[in-house]
Design a protein around this ligand. Structure first.
Ligand SMILES: [Zn+2]
Length: 243
């Protein structure tokens, strides 16, 4: 709630005429916001830090490995940490190889909407689908696997792409009385963004930690994702506000 109040004040300030005193107040407020101290009602959700999305993986996100150190440091600040894993069948509908004549990164229309076709990635039980070995979060409480129904993709950690099949994560968080979720991981413009948008829909105060995430940026998807998240009330924060 403090953060929300701060953002409202910041909004009022930025629309006001810039004056020296407003500038001073602005920097004081910015400093005051620099420390988020996660507690029992906060959870860090680390999205898809799997070999497949790291350099050398089947669907590598550029510089995805650069998130690992900061995510490990962030996780030490949270008592509640959730990890997610993209976890596909080998004949998954999101694989271009399942659609004759189609190539990776083309889109098709499925009964639940538009689907980007991807290279085969994160197949259940493979080393490619494993959580990166450099991820050091032994106290993580839950690993949510998603995308395991062969006919439906699931970028979101909460709700599959059909918009109605729940993974169970929101139930877990609500039963644990968690109100605030902080998301990071891969990729900013797909699984992180979709998870953040669903988190807002499900009533969580939601922040995405920008420098602990990396995007794919397919045809402007990164900018589009940030604007959708902003419109939905997702806070865009940096790891230094927590670490
Ligand atoms: Zn996938």
């Amino acid at each position: 709630m403090k953060r929300r109040l701060f953002i409202q004040r910041l909004g009022a300030l930025t629309t006001a005429t810039a004056t020296a005193s407003a500038g001073t107040l602005f920097s004081a407020l910015a400093q005051a916001s620099s420390t988020i101290r996660p507690g029992p009602q906060d959870a860090l959700i680390v999205i898809d830090l799997q070999n497949c999305f790291l350099p050398g993986g089947t669907l590598a996100v550029q510089k995805g490995d650069q998130t690992i150190e900061v995510i490990n440091a962030l996780a030490k600040k949270f008592e509640n940490v959730v990890l997610t894993q993209d976890w596909h069948t080998s004949d998954h509908i999101s694989f271009a190889s399942q659609h004759p004549g189609k190539k990776p990164y083309e889109t098709i229309t499925l009964p639940y909407g538009e689907q980007v076709l991807w290279p085969m990635h994160c197949v259940q039980g493979t080393a490619d689908a494993a959580i990166a070995s450099a991820i050091d979060i032994p106290h993580a409480q839950v690993i949510v696997r998603k995308g395991y129904h062969s006919g439906v993709d699931s970028y979101s950690a909460f709700i599959e792409a059909d918009g109605k099949t729940y993974t169970g994560l929101s139930g877990f968080l609500k039963e644990r009385n968690i109100k605030n979720v902080y998301l990071c991981g891969l990729a900013t413009d797909f699984c992180v963004a979709w998870s953040a948008l669903d988190a807002r829909k499900l009533g969580f105060n939601t922040s995405v930690i920008e420098d602990a995430s990396r995007g794919i940026d397919l045809n402007g998807s990164l900018q589009k994702a940030w604007s959708q998240m902003q419109q939905a009330g997702v806070s865009r924060i940096q790891s230094k506000e927590i670490i």
